[in-house]
Design a protein around this ligand. Structure first.
Ligand code: PGA
Length: 261
C-alpha cells in the first residue's frame, strides 16, 4: 500500500527566522521518532507517511539546508511553463530541481483566480515539472458558485482532463489535490463522504488514462486541520492532504502527519 502524503503549502508566509523555527521543530520531531538526530539507518525516514513543505521560492535554499537528509521533502508553490530565458520573475523547473525540490504545486486555485492561470497553462507547468523529474501536485477544485450549481464533477474532470491530455504518457507520476475553493482558508471542509465521492471520480478518470492509477496520490485540501484530518484521511481514495494554514504551526502539522500514519 502506498504511504499517504501530507504536503504543507506555506503560501506567501514566513521569514528566515520563522522558517528556521518551524522547520527545526518538524525535523527534530521526525528525528526523535527515528531514535536520533542522524535519522537512523534509513537515512531519516521516521514518519509512517511522506511529509513535505512547499515553501516560497525565495526560501527554497534556506529550507533545503534545513531539511536535507531528513524525512521532510522539499517542494515549491509554482513553476514556469517555460524552460529558460526572457521571462522576468519566473522560476523554471530546472531551477527548482537544482534547489532540491521533489514536488511543486501547480494550478492552485489562488493562481487560477488571481493570475488567470488556465487549464492549458497548468498542464504545461505540470509537463515542465515532470520533464525535470519533479512531481507536480496538480490542484483541481470548484468554486462556491460551481458547487452550488452542482457542477463540481464537471469542473474537476475538465481541469484534470487538460493535464491528462498533455501528460498522458506519464500521468501516473503526478499527484492530484482536490481543493474545493470554498473550503480553502475558510474553516469549512468538505465532509469526508463528499471528498471521497470527488476523489473516486478523479480516480476513475485516471484509471481510464493509465493502468497505474492506483499509484497516484489524490490529496484533499481545504481547511484540513488536526481535528478533521483523521476522518478525511480514512476515506479509501484520500491519499493525503495539502495543508495551508495548519502547516504553519509545527504542532498542528505534526498532528496531521500523525493522523496519516
Ligand atoms: P487551507 O489551504 O488549509 O488554509 O484551507 C489549503 C490550500 O490552499 O492548499
Amino acid at each position: 500500500m502506498k504511504k499517504k502524503l501530507i504536503a504543507g503549502n506555506w503560501k506567501m508566509n514566513g521569514n528566515t527566522a520563522s522558517n528556521a523555527a518551524l522547520l527545526q521543530a518538524l525535523v527534530s520531531a521526525s528525528a526523535s521518532l527515528s531514535g536520533g538526530a542522524s535519522g537512523g539507518a534509513s537515512g531519516g525516514a521516521s514518519w509512517a507517511c511522506r511529509a513535505a513543505v512547499c515553501v516560497p521560492a525565495v526560501y527554497l535554499a534556506q529550507a533545503r539546508a534545513l531539511v536535507q537528509g531528513t524525512a521532510l521533502e522539499l517542494g515549491a508553490q509554482d513553476v514556469s511553463a517555460h524552460a529558460a530565458g526572457a521571462y522576468t520573475g519566473e522560476v523554471s523547473a530546472e531551477m527548482l530541481q537544482d534547489l532540491g525540490c521533489r514536488l511543486v504545486i501547480v494550478g492552485h486555485s489562488e493562481r487560477r483566480q488571481y493570475h488567470g492561470e488556465t487549464d492549458a497553462l497548468v498542464a504545461a507547468k505540470a509537463q515542465k515539472a515532470l520533464a525535470a523529474g519533479i512531481t507536480p501536485i496538480v490542484c483541481v477544485g470548484e468554486t462556491l458558485a460551481e458547487h452550488e450549481a452542482g457542477a463540481t464533477e464537471d469542473v474537476v474532470k475538465r481541469q484534470l482532463a487538460a493535464v491528462i491530455h498533455t501528460n498522458g504518457h506519464c500521468i501516473s507520476e503526478i499527484v492530484v489535490a482536490y481543493e474545493p475553493v470554498w473550503a480553502i482558508g475558510t474553516g469549512k471542509t468538505a465532509s469526508p463522504e463528499m471528498a471521497q465521492q470527488v476523489h473516486a471520480v478523479l480516480r476513475a478518470q485516471l484509471r481510464a488514462a493509465t493502468p497505474n492509477a492506483d499509484r497516484v496520490h489524490i490529496l484533499y485540501g481545504g481547511s484540513m486541520n488536526a481535528a478533521n484530518a483523521a476522518q478525511l484521511l480514512s476515506q479509501p481514495d484520500v491519499d493525503g492532504g495539502l495543508v495551508g494554514g495548519a502547516s504553519l504551526k509545527a504542532p498542528d502539522f505534526l498532528s496531521i502527519i500523525a493522523a496519516a500514519g
